[in-house]
Design a protein around this ligand. Structure first.
Ligand SMILES: Cc1cc2nc3c(=O)[nH]c(=O)nc-3n(C[C@H](O)[C@H](O)[C@H](O)COP(=O)(O)O)c2cc1C
Length: 322
């Protein structure tokens, strides 16, 4: 399989594992890279630059394939500069950025041989990313898990709009979990995909509590909610008592200070690490409606690309009949 994304990132399949706060560590990242995609470590989930260095070294020990480091810069007040310097010192080949303004990070990478991916949720953000030097954009539609754009644009409209608006390669993100979604993304003009939620329900996502994985398996496409919309930072979760409580408070007009303890990273970890849905919450997208098992990453890739080929054959057969 060859697209500008496989060429740019030097990978076999144009599939990027999204940054996954508190879940994307060396086990998952190396498994995705070994299966032919691009695995990523999420830098801001780690306590220090040295912890990031250790995690990077683990990935290097477990795969000789390229991998990335993700920076979610908007949601943390911690400085990221030293983290980025560690990624550069360690010779990481790809950095992805989401959240706030990516420009200072991109400028800090000037002169380094490193590919820069920016996660966007609108045409305007994609054009800005291209203008400041992104090598590719990952455009996430509103069905995705975790933080979303504010405009509620679904993947099926967002991707062709972004493809028509920039000349750098576009990866489709939000709602993709199998070979049909992968092929549809290519049909929309994307040259690769980013998947988040689907990778949580894999064997190598070792940090996700079994109750979180179980919620993804049991949940249908109707079992997610968007929290924090009233704070201007909409983000999709799998429904838990904890997330229902947040929505109830938002509906009653609670402001940031009141919501803060309920939407904290600690409450997030209460569910995803400890499996407590009464108090905690966990990010997930509508694609949970398509998740029915917890394969290894390799099995997931094998299945996805077998289904991609079958789907292509089915489409070819139906056009030949027409
Ligand atoms: C549990 C979880 C945590 C996430 N954390 C991050 C993050 O730290 N950085 C980031 O760039 N994106 C993050 N995202 C977004 C994903 O990278 C990706 O864009 C999104 O999951 C795509 O939609 P999908 O879940 O339908 O595949 C997160 C998503 C989930 C589900």
């Amino acid at each position: 399989m060859k697209t500008r994304v496989t060429e740019l990132l030097n990978i076999r399949y144009p599939v990027v594992q999204g940054g996954l706060a508190y879940l994307a560590y060396a086990e998952l990242a190396s498994a995705v890279s070994n299966a032919g995609g691009l695995g990523q470590i999420t830098a801001m989930s780690l306590p220090s630059p040295e912890a990031l260095r250790e995690e990077i070294r683990k990935v290097k020990a477990w795969t000789d394939k390229p991998f990335g480091v993700n920076f979610a810069i908007g949601q943390h007040n911690r400085p990221y500069e030293h983290m980025l310097d560690v990624a550069l010192e360690e010779g990481v080949k790809v950095v992805s950025i989401t959240g706030g303004n990516p420009e200072p990070l991109i400028r800090r990478m000037d002169g380094h041989d490193i590919k820069k991916l920016v996660l966007v949720a609108s045409v305007r953000q994609a054009q800005k990313a291209e203008a400041i030097g992104a090598d590719a954009v990952m455009a996430v539609g509103q069905e995705g898990g975790g933080h979303l754009g504010r405009d509620d644009i679904g993947t099926f409209v967002l991707i062709p709009r972004v493809v028509d608006s920039v000349s750098i390669p576009v990866l489709a993100s939000g709602g993709i979990g199998d070979g049909r979604g992968f092929l549809a993304a290519l049909a929309l003009g994307a040259e690769g995909v980013e998947m988040g939620t689907r990778f949580i329900a894999t064997q190598e996502c070792v940090h996700a509590h079994p109750a979180y994985k179980e919620a993804l398996l049991k949940g249908t496409e109707q079992d997610t909610s968007v929290i924090k919309r009233t704070l201007g930072a909409p983000a999709r979760v799998v429904r838990t008592e904890g997330s229902d409580e947040i929505l109830r408070m938002e509906a009653e007009g609670a402001g940031y200070e009141q919501l803060k303890p309920y939407i904290s990273g600690e409450r997030n970890r209460t569910f995803i690490y400890e499996g407590n849905p009464q108090k905690g919450f966990g990010w997930a997208g509508q694609v949970i409606g398509l998740i029915e098992d917890v394969p290894t990453v390799q099995q997931l890739f094998d299945r996805m690309f077998t289904q991609t080929e079958e789907t292509l054959r089915r489409l070819q057969a139906s056009t030949e009949q027409a």
